[in-house]
Ligand binder design. Structure first.
Ligand SMILES: Nc1nc2c(ncn2[C@@H]2O[C@H](COP(=O)(O)OP(=O)(O)OP(=O)(O)O)[C@@H](O)[C@H]2O)c(=O)[nH]1
Ligand SMILES: [Mg+2]
Length: 624
């Protein structure tokens, strides 16, 4: 359905024609609004209508279908009760959601692989000074420039890894030229990466063949059988730039004549050996970088070095050899295979089931405007908002897509988003306190999944079965002792624990959202609070008895809130600030302690080094 609006009354034919015309119109999804602006009089014609499509504001009230028979804004047909009918064929925006659901969140790129290669160095040049009346001019070939480096730059403006290419190769250095013209260095390739990225070096997925090797395997090339001299020349040309007719130097020279080229080869081989040893020492450990909250914006990380430039022929000039007819080629740049993983950095992460009101809460407390709608999986990418306090203090809050039972097994939007919870200092559980027992909350494409079957399949995780009660178990409880919000909270805890053990012991608080639904919320809240406190005491006791795991040594606070009508928001934000500040102070103290320890270790190492050096240089003095 296209709803067409325009600033002036437009002729019906214009609107319908402009939508039908051209392939662009096909790009508009059904639930989008097409604004047709009127063209100037002189150019007003069928084709001159320019149109702008703007995405439908997703924050519209739930049932805003305009006329009878229209599809509501969320794209789902309604049942007789007015609830979205997920069994019907989705339309418009709902289709988009379904597509994203099928993609399991892969459209938001927070993990990628990249092959980075530094540029090859430019070749040196073999050249001699030529001038009228100057016989036998001196060698004047320039050196090649070094290859460009591949550099990662931490940037707070980047939010995803979408722009990261599969391969990134820095340009090579420019070759040297005659008249001692050295080549330019290759430009560094700078790739911006978002804060919160973890860079890991991984082994090369394929064994790359050198061009020579490829040819050797090829039967056609095998049959060609190069002559000995040709083969030698070819081998030489990989490392050396040879002057024309230099082949003489490659063969054995007559007796009494010194082969200076052999001498030069020995020097270069020695230098190659040193460079290789240095590279090997540097690359002993695979690269591991963490662009965390302590990293400043604009910090750079060199991930692949460019190769050094080749030497021009003056480099090989000696008192004996006055006309060296060879120069070296540039070195290969460094090649690495890396994985980049983005874990959103925020002070607090909103964790909740779909439709709990996480985005509504974020909008109520911060300057963010996330999509809000009355159907599950409205939020498909993590979204960060900043809560501003009157004294300019700021807390970053991340709205994370809804988790459902089995999220850690890639159900729903999958576990791809659980990694974004990992870096939040504080967890804020957003619970729909108006959720009623027995009202099954349908989630398209998820309801057909049976947790029991999954758990039976995998014995090793049977202990989680206890955490996730089956539907029958839930129904066996009497209504008075059963609390849907409490079950929801336990589902969240189980999912987080299954994803990363110990995650739930992070400082946390609970927001009992939708407290404005007065028919059910007050009764639900009382029971919920009681059950949560009982459960929390149990968990604390269990954690403190097991020495291996640190206990969640804090009281969990539960605040009733109405995010939609902005009730109790100040109370929540002040509690949130308290928790975040306490956690930050703890982290800063730990970071300072770590820094001090490292500094101390460095000082001790340098003192030890100096003492050793003293003993080596003045052995007698130390004996005295
Ligand atoms: N009555 C009431 N409705 C609310 C409140 N907060 C959110 N809602 C409604 O609940 C629905 C879902 O809200 P969202 O903020 O999109 O929920 P969400 O948790 O972000 O959902 P996902 O992004 O799908 O995970 C919307 O229709 C909101 O208007 C509240 O405090 N009271
Ligand atoms: Mg949301």
């Amino acid at each position: 359905m296209h709803r067409i609006t325009s600033s002036k009354a437009i002729h019906g034919i214009h609107s319908s024609a402009s939508i039908l015309h051209g392939s662009r119109s096909r790009l508009f999804s059904q639930s989008r609004t097409v604004v047709v602006t009127r063209a100037p009089l002189s150019t007003r014609s069928f084709c001159s209508c320019s149109y702008i499509a703007c995405a439908q504001d997703s924050g519209l009230p739930p049932n805003n279908s305009t006329n009878e028979g229209d599809v509501p804004v969320d794209g789902w047909e309604r049942t007789i009760d007015g609830l979205p009918d997920y069994t019907a064929e989705p339309r418009g925006r709902a289709k988009g959601v379904e597509w994203k659901l099928r993609a399991k969140g892969r459209n938001f790129v927070d993990f990628c692989r990249i092959k980075v290669s530094g540029g090859q160095g430019g070749d040196g040049c073999v050249s001699f000074h030529r001038e009228k009346f100057v016989a036998f001019g001196q060698p004047n070939g320039g050196n090649g420039g070094r290859g460009g480096n591949v550099i990662f730059e931490a940037s707070s403006n980047e939010t995803s890894l979408q722009h990261i290419p599969h391969t990134a190769a820095a340009p090579r250095g420019v070759h040297g030229k005659g008249s001692l013209m050295h080549g330019h260095a290759g430009k560094d390739l700078i790739i911006k990466i978002p804060m919160g990225t973890i860079i890991r070096e991984v082994p090369s997925p394929e064994k790359e063949k050198t061009p020579g090797e490829e040819e050797e395997d090829d039967p056609f090339h095998k049959s060609l059988q190069l002559g000995e001299l040709e083969a030698k020349e070819r081998e030489m040309s990989k490392r050396w730039v040879l002057y024309p007719r230099m082949t003489n130097s490659l063969t054995t020279l007559p007796e009494g004549k010194v082969n200076y080229f052999e001498e030069a080869q020995a020097w270069v081989a020695e230098e190659d050996r040193i460079v290789e040893a240095r590279r090997a020492a540097m690359n002993k450990k695979p690269l591991l970088l963490d662009v965390n909250e302590h990293t400043e914006d604009g910090t750079t990380f060199l991930v692949a070095r460019g190769g050094g430039g080749g030497y021009g022929n003056p480099h090989f000039l000696t008192t004996q050899n006055r006309a060296p007819k060879y120069a070296t080629r540039g070195r290969e740049g460094q090649t690495r295979w890396l994985t980049l993983e983005l874990k959103t950095i925020a002070d607090a992460g909103l964790v909740g089931l779909p439709n709990a009101g996480k985005s509504t809460f974020l909008q109520a407390v911060s300057n963010a405007h996330p999509a809000i709608a009355p159907y599950p999986f409205t939020t498909l990418n993590p979204y960060i908002g900043t809560v501003d306090y009157p004294d300019s203090y700021q807390v970053k809050v991340a709205d994370i897509p809804g988790l459902i039972r089995g999220a850690h097994r890639n159900i729903g939007l999958g576990h791809s988003f659980l990694r974004h919870v990992e870096r939040s200092k504080v967890l804020v559980y957003v619970i729909d306190i108006a959720a009623e027992f027995g009202v099954k909350r349908q989630v398209k494409g998820v309801d057909d999944w049976s947790p029991e079957e999954e758990y039976q399949e995998n014995d090793s995780e049977l202990e989680n079965k206890e955490e996730l009660p089956t539907q029958d178990q839930q129904h066996s409880k009497s209504d008075s002792e059963y609390s849907q919000p409490f079950e929801d909270w336990k589902t969240l805890l189980a999912e987080l624990e299954a994803y990363q053990p110990g995650l739930t012991r992070r400082p946390s608080m609970i927001i009992a959202n939708k407290a404005d639904v007065t028919e059910v919320a007050p009764k639900n809240f009382q029971l919920f609070e009681k059950l949560v406190q009982e459960e929390w005491v149990k968990r604390r006791a269990a954690a403190s008895s097991s020495s291996s795991s640190p206990s969640a040594d804090f009281d969990i606070k539960i605040v009733p809130v109405s995010a939609k009508y902005k009730k109790n928001i100040v109370k929540v934000t002040s509690i949130l600030r308290e928790i975040v500040e306490a956690e930050k102070a703890k982290e800063d103290a730990a970071f300072k302690r770590k820094e001090q320890r490292e500094q101390q270790e460095e000082e001790e190492a340098s003192v030890l080094k100096a003492t050793r050096r003293n003993i080596l240089h003045n052995p007698h003095k130390s004996e005295e």
